[in-house]
Design a protein around this ligand. Structure first.
Ligand SMILES: Cc1cc2nc3c(=O)[nH]c(=O)nc-3n(C[C@H](O)[C@H](O)[C@H](O)COP(=O)(O)OP(=O)(O)OC[C@H]3O[C@@H](n4cnc5c(N)ncnc54)[C@H](O)[C@@H]3O)c2cc1C
Length: 396
C-alpha cells in the first residue's frame, strides 16, 4: 500500500490546561495511541480512503494496543481502564480517521459491552478475550432497511424451535459487517420483545454483503446482515437484559466515544489550519496575519476548548455511573457539529490545497457526515433534549 511521506506532526491544543485534570496513566495512554496513529494510520489513511479499502491487519494491531473494550475488566481480556481513558483512545484514533475509530468503538461499545453487560459467564469467557485481542472482529445489527431512527419497530425476528432459535430478517448500514466473525443482532421473539443474539460467521443462511459506493467512512467496511432461517443455538441469546433498553445502553457507551472521537477530528483540522496559516504567504504575508483567518482559528480553539471540558466532565460522570442518556446525547450532538464546522473552516483556510488528500479536512468532513447520522441522528438527539426540557416527545 503506497505510503504518504508527509510527516504527521500533530500537536493537540490545550488552552485551559485540561492536562492538569488527567492522571499520568491517562497521558501515557494518550501518547501511546497518538504514536500508534502517527505510525500505523496517518501514512496510509488517504490511500485506504481513496481506494475504499478496509485494512484488515489493523484489527490485530488495535488489539495489541488495547483499543478494543478498554473498560472491560482484565479478567476478560480488557484493559480494566476508566472511561476517560476510553475517551482519550477514541479521540486519538478518530484524530487519525473516523472510520478507524468506528471499527474500534463498534468492537468495544457495541459488541464487547453487550456481551460483558448482558452476557452469561460462558459467553464472556468465550468471546471477550478474542474480541479484546483482535483475534475476532464483531459488529452490531440494530438498524434495518425500514427502521433507522425508530428501532422499536424492527421486524427481524426469531422463533423458539425447542432446541434452537430460527432467525429471519435483515439489517442494513452495519459497520464492520463484511469482515465480522460475530454479530450482535437485535431481534424480536414471538411476543415482540427485543433480545440480543450472537450470530457467528458461517452459520447456514447468514450472509453479510458489503455496501459499496460510500463517500464517507471509506476506510471502514459497512454492509448488511441477512438472515434466512438461521439456526441459532439457544446458548447464543444474551440472557441478562431484553427490550429496546439493552441496545440503547450500548449506544450510550458508543455515543460517549463519539463525543471524544469527533474532538480528535476537530483538533486535527485545527492543527493543520494553524500550521498552514503560518506557512502560506499571500500579499507578502503569512495568511495567519489576516484578521479573518485569525477569527476562524480563534473560534475553532474556543469551540475545541469547550468540547474538551464537556467530554472530561462527561467522562467523570460515566466513571461514577451518573451520566444520563440525555447528557450523552448533548455531548455527541455538540461535538459532532463542532467538528463538522471546524473541518469546513479549516478546509477554507487551506484554499484549493484543502480539497486534496495532502491534508485531512475533506476526509474528516466526509466522514463526519456519517457520524452526524449514525448512533442517533443530529436531529433526533436534539429532540431527545427537547423532550427532556419540556417533558413532551416531539418525535413519536
Ligand atoms: C456509515 C454508517 C455506519 C453505520 N453503522 C451502523 C451499525 O454498525 N449498526 C447499526 O445498527 N446501524 C448503523 N448505522 C445506521 C444508523 O444508525 C442509521 O443510519 C441512523 O439511526 C438513522 O437511520 P436512517 O438512516 O434510517 O434515517 P431515518 O431514520 O430514515 O431518518 C431520515 C431523516 O429523518 C429524520 N427523522 C426521522 N424521524 C424523525 C422524527 N421523528 N422527527 C424529526 N426528524 C426525524 C432524521 O433525523 C433524518 O434526518 C450506520 C449508518 C452509517 C451511515
Amino acid at each position: 500500500m503506497a505510503k504518504n511521506t508527509k510527516q504527521d506532526e500533530f500537536e493537540s491544543p490545550d488552552f485551559y490546561n485540561i492536562d492538569s485534570l488527567l492522571s499520568e496513566e491517562h497521558k501515557l495512554i494518550r501518547t501511546s495511541i497518538r504514536d500508534f496513529v502517527k505510525k500505523e494510520i496517518s501514512p496510509y489513511i488517504d490511500k485506504w480512503c481513496q481506494d475504499a479499502h478496509f485494512p484488515q491487519e489493523i484489527v490485530a494491531k488495535f488489539g495489541e494496543i488495547g483499543a478494543f473494550g478498554p473498560f472491560v475488566p482484565i479478567k476478560y481480556g480488557g484493559g480494566g481502564l476508566d472511561y476517560i481513558s476510553y475517551g482519550l483512545i477514541m479521540q486519538e484514533i478518530e484524530r487519525g480517521d473516523s472510520g478507524m475509530r468506528s471499527t474500534a468503538s463498534v468492537q468495544g461499545s457495541l459488541v464487547m459491552y453487550p456481551i460483558y453487560t448482558f452476557g452469561s459467564e460462558e459467553q464472556k469467557l468465550k468471546y471477550l478475550p478474542k474480541l479484546a485481542s483482535g483475534e475476532m472482529l464483531g459488529c452490531f445489527g440494530l438498524t434495518e432497511p425500514d427502521y433507522g431512527s425508530n428501532p422499536s419497530d424492527l421486524v427481524t425476528n426469531f422463533k423458539d424451535m425447542g432446541d434452537h432459535f430460527l432467525l429471519n430478517g435483515s439489517k442494513m448500514w452495519i459497520s464492520n459487517s463484511p469482515n465480522a466473525d460475530i454479530a450482535i443482532v437485535w431481534a424480536k421473539d414471538e411476543n415482540g420483545r427485543i433480545h440480543g443474539l450472537i450470530v457467528e460467521r458461517g452459520m447456514e443462511g447468514f450472509s453479510a454483503p458489503t455496501t459499496h459506493n460510500k463517500w464517507s467512512l471509506r476506510a471502514s467496511a459497512t454492509g448488511e446482515l441477512v438472515f434466512d432461517n438461521v439456526k441459532i443455538p439457544k446458548e447464543n441469546i444474551l440472557p441478562e437484559k431484553s427490550g429496546l433498553g439493552a441496545p440503547l445502553m450500548c449506544l450510550d457507551s458508543a455515543r460517549y466515544g463519539i463525543a471524544w472521537g469527533t474532538l480528535g477530528a476537530a483538533m486535527d483540522c485545527y492543527d493543520a489550519a494553524r500550521r498552514y496559516s503560518l506557512e502560506r504567504i499571500q500579499f507578502d504575508k503569512p495568511i495567519g496575519s489576516f484578521q479573518l483567518i485569525q477569527k476562524k482559528l480563534a473560534e475553532m480553539l474556543t469551540e475545541i476548548t469547550k468540547a474538551q471540558l464537556l467530554v472530561w466532565k462527561l467522562g467523570k460522570m460515566m466513571d461514577d455511573g451518573t451520566a444520563s442518556t440525555v447528557q450523552i446525547s448533548l455531548a455527541k450532538r455538540n461535538n459532532v457539529e463542532m467538528a463538522v464546522k471546524i473541518a469546513q473552516e479549516a478546509r477554507q483556510i487551506h484554499g484549493a490545497m484543502g480539497i486534496t488528500g495532502e491534508y485531512p479536512m475533506m476526509r474528516h468532513m466526509a466522514n463526519l457526515e456519517s457520524v452526524l447520522t449514525y448512533e442517533g441522528t443530529h436531529d433526533i438527539h436534539l429532540l431527545i433534549l427537547g423532550q427532556e426540557i419540556t417533558g413532551i416527545s416531539a418525535f413519536k
